[in-house]
Design a binder for this molecule. Sequence first.
Ligand code: KG4
Ligand code: ZN
Length: 344
Amino acid sequence: RVEPLVLGIETSCDETGIGIVRGRTLLSNTIASSMDEHARYGGVVPEVAARAHLEALQPAIERAVAEAGIRLADLDAVAVTSGPGLAGALMVGVGAAKALAVSLGKPLYAVNHLVGHIAADILTADSEPLEYPTVALLVSGGHTSLLLGRDLTTDVELLGETVDDAAGEAFDKVARILGLPYPGGPQIDRAAQGGDPTAIRFPRGLSRASDREKHRWDFSFSGLKTAVARWIEQREAAGEEIPLADVAVSFREAVVDVLVSKALDACAAHGVPRLLLGGGVIANRRLREVALERAAAQGVTVRIPPLSLCTDNGAMIAGLAAELIASGRPASTLAFGADSTLPV
Ligand code: KG4
Ligand code: ZN
């Protein structure tokens, strides 16, 4: 098989990711995050993210090239996330990728961010490549999606996604309600220590029997966030103390439960014995633990790439393009643009 040397650019959210691969071999994966700049707003601010990408791109490319030990002229192709994501942020990456490809005279591949998360698995050096079909659960601050991949390059289907907040966003918003700083995921993890996960039964979004027909594999977290806010308001109004650990751990349990339940339900319904996890929320130890435990009981194998390939990164974008090239896919024409709602 061909082993193209590809540089991938990822700017769909707040991470400026540049990755370089040779076929399925990861050569470098540099990330510059604007998360710190978003911290004082309690979440990602699209304008701030776009500007940060502009500033971070050039040095990130230089660093990735140096770390990979290649010259830009050696590249066989340039790849870029064209969507889905924040429009302004995507546009910066797409513009840079076009400029780079044209100036080098190399083909350009526009790829889908979510499919890129699935491609991250191929770059995991210490394991055999993932077999297909597979279900993939992708959970980050920007998206929460359940996909069925029958073939990485030709057949990935979106089964469901969040209808409101992303799972990471729910962690961030509930952290804020609890008076904890951004990003909320690690903060809630810390606050949850020693709490009783059965103390409060928070709602599992879109999990009623009546949701099965239209939203079987969709997610909703805004009701959960509101439920946490209400619960706290009521206790405060009654002059009661807030058991922070119990609230945090009960909230986390609700998120984890609904994510894992729906992902494994999709595995069962499609007869697929494999589940791939991706996205920054996979950093959550409890999520990994529950997924591994329940999957094992159901005969499903779970794949979790290393965290540096789970969070948004350019390597997965380069890796996906390398697979597309190996499968004979022609390059994109320069006519494409950023598409914040790009379908898989
Ligand atoms: O994939 P990612 O790094 O980037 C974006 O979505 O931009 O994901 C970041 C998200 C944030 O919402 C953060 O709160 C969440 O992942 N996160 C976690 C944990 N660590 C990060 N959520 C739950 N538990 C964690 N330990
Ligand atoms: Zn992502």
